[in-house]
Design a protein around this ligand. Structure first.
Ligand SMILES: [Zn+2]
Length: 99
């Protein structure tokens, strides 16, 4: 688990997350779950295999903590319809609700 955390921390850093956020990786995640992801090129909904983890972030509202899910693709994924690359293991996916 330590190795996994270190690896994720590096990836988060590469993905330009704030350092204070990086220190608060919640050490539990779901391995190998399926995430629905819309192809930015053609709009087709694909299912990709990811690890799900959470980072902890303090919100502006007093001491309420938010847990933000981050998805780590297990391999390079291409769109089933148009074949463009939609996910890479190096690039973590952060889904913002309401967009
Ligand atoms: Zn596509």
């Amino acid at each position: 688990m330590r190795d996994a955390t270190r690896r994720l921390r590096k990836k988060l850093k590469d993905n330009c997350y704030k350092s204070e956020t990086i220190d608060k990786i919640v050490e539990f995640y779901t391995k190998g779950m399926r995430l629905r992801m819309k192809c930015p090129n053609c709009g087709f909904w694909n299912r990709i295999e990811v690890n799900k983890l959470f980072i902890e972030q303090e919100t502006s509202e007093r001491k309420v903590k938010a847990y933000i899910p981050i998805y780590e693709p297990l391999k390079t994924e291409t769109c089933k319809k148009c074949k463009s690359i939609i996910a890479k293991p190096k690039e973590l996916i952060r889904i913002i609700k309401g967009k």
